[in-house]
Write a protein of this length. Structure first.
Length: 239
């Protein structure tokens, strides 16, 4: 029994020593593992921090990329706008030149016709009026005489000119225009109307003061002749 007890004690002692050693080894291993875990935690923290930093960089990069795209687009529009503006200016210049050439051609034809009509209307030499056309305006110059009668005469000249040169179908005049024009000029104007193949409608008073030729033309082509006894309306509006 003593031998067995001594054997047990020996075994217990040996086991105790081995357990202590195993405990020490386990403790060392645990410490090493904890150190490794700490290192891993530090690396994880670094990765997380770097990830946050990278996210910021990515966001910033995306933002800058968007700005660059907008700037490039704006620059493209600016370049295109400049190109179109130059084209517009160039086109307007060409159009303006074309207009000026057309206006010059029209003016030349009209003014030549004005001179021709002016010579037919006036028995004595009188300077013909002159039409100047601009892109957005015009000027009808009258020389020498600027009185009312000459102004009306120049109006007749321009109207007959346009009547001859364009498809304008008719002319219509009230008697007030003829009253302010010289009788001899009216005679010549009526003859010009009579030569036209298009219609001219006029009202005219005091027929007897004009030439016999004029009277004959007006009577031949008259539609209505009025007098104090032959009124246009039942009521005499002069009263």
């Amino acid at each position: 029994m003593e031998n067995i007890d001594s054997f047990h004690n020996g075994i217990t002692k040996i086991l105790s020593q081995e357990l202590l050693q195993a405990r020490k080894d386990a403790s060392k291993n645990l410490e090493a593992f904890n150190n490794e875990l700490n290192i891993i935690d530090i690396k994880i923290d670094d990765l997380v921090e770097n990830s946050r930093h990278n996210n910021y960089l990515f966001e910033k990069l995306f933002e800058l990329s968007g700005k660059v795209s907008n700037i490039e687009l704006e620059n493209k529009f600016f370049v295109e706008s400049n190109r179109l503006q130059k084209e517009i200016i160039s086109t307007e210049t060409v159009l303006s030149k074309s207009k000026q050439q057309s206006l010059s051609t029209v003016m030349d034809r009209i003014n030549k016709k004005i001179i021709s009509i002016n010579e037919k209307i006036h028995t004595e030499k009188r300077r013909a009026p002159e039409l100047t056309l601009f892109e957005k305006d015009y000027e009808y110059k009258v020389f020498d005489n600027t009185g009312t009668g000459k102004a009306y005469t120049n109006l007749f000249i321009l109207d007959i000119c346009i009547f001859d040169l364009t498809p304008l179908p008719i002319l219509i005049y009230d008697s007030v225009l003829f009253k302010n024009v010289e009788n001899s000029v009216v005679d010549n104007i009526i003859e010009l109307y009579d030569e036209q193949r298009k219609q001219t409608f006029i009202s005219i008073d005091e027929l007897n003061k004009y030439s016999s030729t004029t009277q004959e033309i007006l009577i031949t082509h008259s539609v209505i002749q009025l007098s104090k006894d032959k009124l246009l309306f039942d009521k005499d509006w002069r009263a």
